[in-house]
Each structure stands twice: as structure tokens, then as C-alpha cells.
Design a protein around this ligand. Sequence first.
Ligand SMILES: [Zn+2]
Length: 205
Amino acid sequence: MKKSYFVLSALALILSLPQIALADPRFRRPINTTLSPAISAYYDHLSGTGLRTYSCSSNTTYNSHAGTDFRASVSTLIYASAQGGLYYRYNSCPTYGYAGSTCGGGYGNHAKIDHEGNMTDGQGWVTVYAHMKRDTVVWPMSVLCGGSIGQTGSSGNSTGPHLHFEVKKYSYPNNDPYSGSCSHATTWWTYQGANGIPGTQCQQL
Ligand SMILES: [Zn+2]
């Protein structure tokens, strides 16, 4: 009886501890360069005209584009946008793909990072890094924010060297991390400067 009382007391103590709320992850720009026009979310996909259309044709991304494109020359280093577990990679597409290529599911060589360790329950945050150079996608089990995870290429469904970056949250499809009229009330970047360009500083944990 004494023993079971002790166990119950211990259980009650654990249950009465305050719940520790994990802060939602915020992401750094996963590449250091900003070639112009560099980032699709504010320059959009209008052939480099620099125009904002923001047509909101999808409820979570600009012009139905499932993520953010960062223009960069081949072999530019790509960094983990937040700490997490690298749980998937595809590494065997040619560095240069073409429009309509299905190699790597269209993503070409790519990596996926789970930022909460529970991707399979559909509750986590995941980032995707696509169109990498062949055989550059690294394979650590875990990465810190800012850790190098590969190099840019143009593999898969891509017509020019760039990094395609996506954030997935919960069971939603691909999301744009920007705040704004077509996106979220709160930015998912750690920082947004002029023209919404995200910063390269990591989230303070
Ligand atoms: Zn893209």
C-alpha cells in the first residue's frame, strides 16, 4: 500500500507540473546569397519582371507556388533553416533537369528536415530543400540551424539553378513562410527586412 501510494503521489506531482510549451520554429533564409530577382515570394514568378501580383490563387502560397525560390548559381551552399532531424534525401538526379521532369518527384535531389521529431504523426514542422546538385545532399541524422546540408543545382522539374524551399506544418500542404495578405498573419521567418527578404540569423532558443 505504501509503495502504490508513493507511485500515485509521484504521478500526481508529474501531472501537476506546468506544461512546457515548445515555441513554434522560425526559419532562417537557407542560403546566404540574394541574387536579383532572387526570391519568388515577393518578385513572384512573372519572368523576372519584379512585379508583385500576389493573386492569392491558393490560400497558402503566392500564385499556387508551393514554397519560396532562391536564385543562386550551381554549387552554392544550402543551410538548415532551423535545427532538426534530416529524415529524407534523394541524391541521384542529374544536376540539370528540365521543365516537367519527374526525377525525385519533381524535386530533383532534395532533403527534408523534421523540426519536432514527430513528422509521422502529422503534427510537426518540416522543411524541404529541392533541386540540389547531384551527390551533394548530406546525410547527418540531425542538423543544427545553419548547418550545411547540400549545394544548389537545377535538378528535377527546374529550368535554372535555384533553391526551392518549402515549409510544411501539420497536415496542411506546402506553405509559404511569409506573412502578408495571401499568407499568414505571422511570419515564419526569424526576420524579414526590405522587400520581405528573410534574414540569415537562427531562431533564439
Ligand atoms: Zn520553386
